[in-house]
Ligand binder design. Structure first.
Ligand SMILES: O=C(CO)[C@@H](O)[C@H](O)COP(=O)(O)O
Ligand SMILES: [Fe+2]
Length: 216
């Protein structure tokens, strides 16, 4: 079980402090939400931000690309220091090519699906991915409520993993708090992204512990 705090809800003026805070308190990854203002109605980090964050932490950078034409930027994010790169199946007509490009850079390849996208649509790339991100909210913003209908897709992916001997991790992102994390774990998820639950709290350290206890 892994916890991946999303710095989307961190204090951008104190990113180093907020990354160190979660690293010192048991985070497994740092989740970086990259938004382009086209695929989602919000704009955040680019490759230069990843490059700046890279030396600040030893944790893997779990990079969630919410951008159109991800193929145009995969090399830049890989060279900037991303350890996992996630591309949305909805963001490209060439998801297989995009995932192959990530693998060619020796970076872990992740496919991401929105709440309205079916598991069937990524069936043919399941054998090539290291991680699948099941969005449990519609992407673009932190602080939204968990969409419970996504649980069925986690179950489907967990079943396909066992049946086919696949190795992928199943990550969930959006509206994750201890209660929803438990539901996702029961369905088969093993990587939990949390932004506002950790960073909007008075004591982020305690929140990470509560999340960990919920899924251990
Ligand atoms: O990808 C996204 C949003 O698009 C996320 O990673 C958010 O940062 C999650 O925020 P919370 O729902 O945990 O506040
Ligand atoms: Fe994310």
């Amino acid at each position: 079980m892994k916890i991946s705090p999303s710095i989307l809800s961190a204090d951008f003026a104190n990113l180093q402090r907020d990354i160190e805070l979660v690293e010192e308190n048991g985070a497994d990854y740092i989740h970086v939400d990259v938004m382009d203002g086209h695929f989602v109605p919000n704009i955040t980090f680019g490759p230069d931000a990843i490059k700046a964050i890279r030396p600040v932490t030893k944790l893997p950078l779990d990079t969630h690309l919410m951008i159109e034409n991800p193929e145009s930027y995969i090399d830049d994010f890989a060279e900037a220091g991303a350890d996992i790169i996630g591309v949305h199946a909805e963001a490209t007509a060439h998801i297989h090519r995009a995932l192959q490009m990530i693998k060619n850079k020796n970076v872990q390849a992740e496919v991401v699906i929105n709440p309205g996208t079916s598991v069937d649509s990524i069936y043919h790339v399941l054998s090539m991915v290291d991680q699948i991100l099941v969005m449990t909210v519609n992407p673009g913003f932190g602080g939204q409520s968990f969409i419970k209908e996504t649980l069925y897709k986690i179950e489907q992916l967990a079943k396909l993993k066992v049946e086919n001997g696949y190795k992928y991790d199943i990550e969930v992102d959006g509206g994750i708090v201890p209660e929803t994390a438990k539901q996702c774990k029961a369905a088969g998820a093993n990587v939990f992204v949390a932004g506002s639950y950790i960073y909007s709290a008075e004591q982020p350290k305690k929140q990470i512990q509560l999340l960990k206890e919920a899924v251990e």
